[in-house]
Structures are given as C-alpha cells and as structure tokens.
Design a protein around this ligand. Structure first.
Ligand SMILES: Nc1nc2c(ncn2[C@@H]2O[C@H](COP(=O)(O)OP(=O)(O)O)[C@@H](O)[C@H]2O)c(=O)[nH]1
Ligand SMILES: *[C@@H]1O[C@H](CO)[C@@H](O)[C@H](O)[C@H]1NC(C)=O
Ligand SMILES: [Mg+2]
Length: 237
C-alpha cells in the first residue's frame, strides 16, 4: 500500500468502560485509511488490559497493538513507550476517555496533507473549537494554564495544553527526546520545542467533551507540577 500509515497511540489508565467504544469509533472513522491503534495501559486495576486484549482478538493484531508498563508511570512516558511500537509514518495521540472524538482524525489528516505540516494540533481555543462538560473551575484551570503559557513563551499555537494531535513520526521522536518535563506540562513543552525547532504546526478546531465514565487524573499535584514546569521552561528558553 502506498498510502501513509497512521499509528494512533491511546494511553489508558482505568478506561475499561471507554475502550470498546473509542476503538469502535476509531475503526468507523478511519475507514479507507491505513492505520493501527497502540494501546498503552499501565496495568490498570479495572482490567483495561484484558478489555484491550479482547478487542485485539476481535479486530486483529495488525489493527490493535496492546502494550504497557507494570504500573502507572504517567502520560508523557506512556507516549514515549507507545512510539517505540509505532510502524506508521504519522502518529496520532489522543485520550481514550471519549473526550477526543475520532471523527476529527480525518480532518487532521486532510489538513496535514494540504501544507505538509509537521504537526497538526486540535484546538479548543480557536474557530469552532470548544469545551463541553467541564465545571467552571476546570475551565478556568485550562484557560489560565494556556494563557499564562502564551504570555510567557509565545509559542504561536492557540491550544497548548490539549493532547489531541497528529505528528510526523520523526518529528515526534525528535520532540520527545528533547522534552524534559513529565505530566501535563509535557503537551505544552512539545509545542514550545516545536516552535524552537521551526516545525510547522497546523490547527483544527475540535470540541472537547468531558468524560462520562471513569475519573480524571488531574489533581492539585498535577497543577503544581504544571506551574513548576512552566517556570522552568520560561527560565531556560
Ligand atoms: N498509560 C497511562 N495512561 C494514562 C496515565 N494517566 C492518564 N492516562 C490516560 O491519559 C488520558 C488522559 O487522562 P485523563 O485522566 O482523562 O486526563 P484529563 O482529560 O486531563 O482529565 C486518558 O486516556 C487516561 O486514561 C498514565 O499514567 N498511564
Ligand atoms: C483505578 O481504579 C481502581 C479501582 O478499580 C481505584 O481504586 C483507583 O483509585 C483508580 N485510579 C485512578 C487513578 O483513577
Ligand atoms: Mg480526560
């Protein structure tokens, strides 16, 4: 096949209720594309790995790759782990909790092709983009994190803390090698570094919908780590 291949990395922790639906939606919306899904599950106590393996039986191990670590080691390192298994020319990173709708992936692909972008990022903060289902506090945290980063680092991208993106694989590899932060600040650092390296970034407005099942892993410590990471980047770039 001459079509480019897309590797979709899905990091999961306690996503057993969401996984069957997100996989079904990906397969539905990636019709006619050459792709694989790489599930990176950190031995979730709710049995996500077992669900992933069942899905692998249904859809085949060409389409669904199941991998992970012994314990919860964080989102940033889950991406790094997943990339090692990616056989595609492009990597799509998205959450598994249905906050990122797979229907947008084809828009990312189309936009990437138009200008040969190195990265296409979903944005909640431009065009028709938006956030649904978050309370005021969570909206404020996200907006503030985004705004403060815009002011301090001027990366030229409207959504810095989102994680729904498409990357050329070699670009993503270079970025993860050069990123030092872990946790939530990682998404933001990736865009700051992309800007430094001169990678081209396209944007596609997305609607982000808060999860219906399971719990968010964002807590006070993540917010503290984000601020620490942001100040570190501000001081060093
Ligand atoms: N493998 C792995 N996945 C994680 C970890 N932390 C979060 N995730 C997954 O990363 C995605 C985003 O996490 P989520 O808790 O929804 O964050 P939020 O949307 O910012 O509240 C989801 O698919 C989670 O299951 C982790 O430590 N390891
Ligand atoms: C994961 O699920 C288990 C029970 O299935 C629960 O005890 C634990 O707190 C959950 N962890 C997170 C981070 O959601
Ligand atoms: Mg979420």
């Amino acid at each position: 096949m001459n079509e480019p291949k897309y590797s979709i990395i899905l990091p999961t922790y306690n996503e057993s209720e969401n996984l069957p639906l997100i996989i079904w939606l990906i397969i539905k919306h990636m019709e006619n594309e050459n792709f694989e899904v790489i599930i990176v599950d950190d031995n979730s106590p709710d049995g996500t790995t077992q669900v992933a393996k069942e899905l692998q039986k249904i859809y085949g191990d060409e389409k669904i790759v199941v991998t992970g670590r012994e314990k919860k080691l964080g989102l940033g390192s889950a991406y790094i782990h997943g990339i090692k298994f990616a056989k595609g020319d492009f990597v799509v990173i998205m959450d598994a909790d249905l906050s990122h709708h797979p229907k947008f992936i084809k828009q990312f692909i189309r936009h990437q092709k138009e200008n040969d972008y190195d990265i296409v990022t979903g944005t909640r903060y431009a065009g028709d983009g938006g956030v649904h289902g978050w309370n005021i506090k969570r909206k404020a945290i996200s907006r503030t994190a985004n705004y403060v980063t815009q002011v301090l680092l001027r990366p030229g991208v409207s959504d810095l803390t989102g994680s729904f993106r498409l990357y050329k694989k070699r670009v993503l590899e270079k970025l993860v090698q050069s990123c030092i932060s872990k946790g939530y600040v990682f998404q933001m650092e990736m865009m700051v570094r992309a800007n430094q390296f001169g990678f081209s970034v396209g944007e596609v407005p997305i609607s982000f919908v808060d999860r219906q099942f399971g719990e968010s892993k964002l807590g006070g410590n993540e917010i503290f780590q984000f601020l620490k990471g942001l100040l570190y980047l501000f001081a060093t770039t």
